[in-house]
Design a binder for this molecule. Sequence first.
Ligand code: 3H9
Length: 686
Amino acid sequence: MSPISTRKDGKLFWIISDNPPVNALGHAVRAGLAEAIAKGNADGGVQAIIIACDGRTFFAGADITEFGKPLQAPGLPEVCDAIESSSKPVIAAIHGTALGGGLEVALACHYRVAVPSAKLGLPEVKLGLLPGAGGTQRLPRVIGAEAALGMIVSGNPVGAKAAHAAGLVDKLAEEDGLRDAAAALAKEVMDRDTHPVTSRRGDKIRAAKEDPGLFDRFRKDNARMILGLDAPEACIAAVEAAVNVPFEKGTALERELFMKLVTGDQSKAMRHVFFAERMAQKIDGLPKDTATYRIERVGILGAGTMGGGIAMNFLTAGIPVTMVEREQAALDRGVSIMRKNYERSAAKGKFKPEQVEAAMGRLSPTLDFEALGDCDLIIEAVFENMDLKKDIFSRLDQVAKPGAILASNTSYLDIDEIAAQTRRPDHVLGMHFFSPANVMKLLEVVRGRETTPAVLATAMAVGKKIGKVAVVSGVCHGFIGNRMLAARQEQANALLLEGATPWQIDDALTSFGMPMGPFQMADLAGLDIGWNPETTSSSTVREVLCEQGRRGQKTGKGFYDYGEDRSRTPSKEVEAIIADFARKSGKPPRDFTEGEIRERLIYPMINEGAKILEEGIAQRASDIDIVWLYGYGWPAWTGGPMFWADTIGVGRVLSGLERHGRALGEDFTISDRLKTIAEDGRRFNG
Ligand code: 3H9
């Protein structure tokens, strides 16, 4: 049955789409729309056509699953052209989200009505694409080139009220009166001689015609956001064409750019990320409708950097937090840092001052451990020490109410060993946040041996509620992310002694698109984490740096020297320390290419990822990708480490590992899973 139905209502002709869950514009919807427009036009009794959607949203875009497959006609550009050239006015009735191809359909309509809660946007850039059904040509003609550039290049949607103010929406309806408002507008306009045809409008792009510097200015102002990505430049070029060449030429360019992007590696990777993020929510053996616990108050143990950051997530989401520390000074310091962080975000316009007060008002800081008794979820975020954690969990078990979930934010330690300290190991799990915890989107949810489905489902739901992307991990040292990070760090340390400098090593990763390399990361975190001045033995480069007061950014020097403004310069002193170690290792230093360094750092991570899959620690390769994308800033346009391996070929990774292993005179233990996938010419991601 076609997802498109039509209905005549006097002189009005309704076209309704019902294609759950998001009314994506797949082949059946496009074909149905084209047919319905023709039918409405052919019917002499019809004077206006309304396009609306059933279900939770207006069209949320092209059907992304169809990309990469042969196109089944009609394509969306033709459908949009058919709508625009309808001899009878077409009105879009928008609720939910009109995104991508969905907004392009609406732009092809002559009029747009929306409920205030609707959101309108062209998010294609987030999939490594540009709007490919006339959006780059029609949007500038409706709201002006500068505003269109902002929407298309950021991909961020705007609310219906702002869209109305910008002229993108003609009429705002009552929240529950969309269809009535659309019918009223249709009746109001149907007797008019002419109707606004977007592709023929020119008034809004005039300002940009008179400001030829606009596009280069935009490129310069947004250089950071678009660095390394193909799609934003294509978006800019297409909007530039909207201003400078006729509509038909502009759409031809748009099409050409779209086809290039949709078949390119970056978009493939970013589409993978879109589905991977949704896939991560699906847990093997856990039905979608698993009952969850109500979480009305959260307890956080520890007011340090992690505890404070974790607490902010809940406070921002409207969930009250009881935060417990051992000493008043530490508690006060933690609370004041949280307030400062909120105020800094407010200064950037992310929060209103009253939202900051409301969030801080939900915080109950206390020294009283017993105060955790009425919390539904308690997250421990104290120092990374097993004995300490064991002691805390046995105490928590005493004070927490029955049914409360106990979570540890440990980055490495064995959740099962911690859970065994309690009488409720089935209610214990890991909730591993990434620093800064109020910013980074990843939450590793560590499923213990005895964690019940309801507890796991609750942690996943809580993650979603506070805006995180939650990924399930099994128990192992370092879980998914830090276990792979350790494999990379081992190589980074070895490379130092073989003659590569910290800056070469860091650059090999930043030029790949990572936000920072291992030594920049170490300087930021502090080199003295886990370092003990009492037992220091000058046996590693890091120890010697700490002994010499080079403890990272906070001391103005670590692997790098830092200026007042935190600017970073390579240090000769550090080079000398490393050279000394290298001499003692007996291996003559040699030169490295960037490619070799990158292989040495990344291939072992992929190998570790394959072992993680083999052991069932991660459910699927795409979960590993999500961990690295949202926990460590892995560049989205390469799709994550496992997808990147698929792109370059798992066989190439295998031969690289074997080659480096031989050269080093040591054997990387190569994962059997990786070997089989390489030998069969398969991919990690399906
Ligand atoms: C485009 O339009 C190109 C055109 O310019 C040119 C064409 C020539 N296709 O996110 P949710 C699935 S590019 C296929 O969990 P929410 C999704 O995988 C497109 N499937 O819901 C999930 O499946 P499952 C531009 C899609 O309420 C289910 O729907 N548009 C699509 O949290 C529910 O999704 C976009 O980029 C799709 N387009 O959020 C918008 N969209 O249940 C993409 C969703 O099996 N979509 N699915 O896991 C979104 O941003 C969000 O889905 C939306 C709803 C905000 C709509």
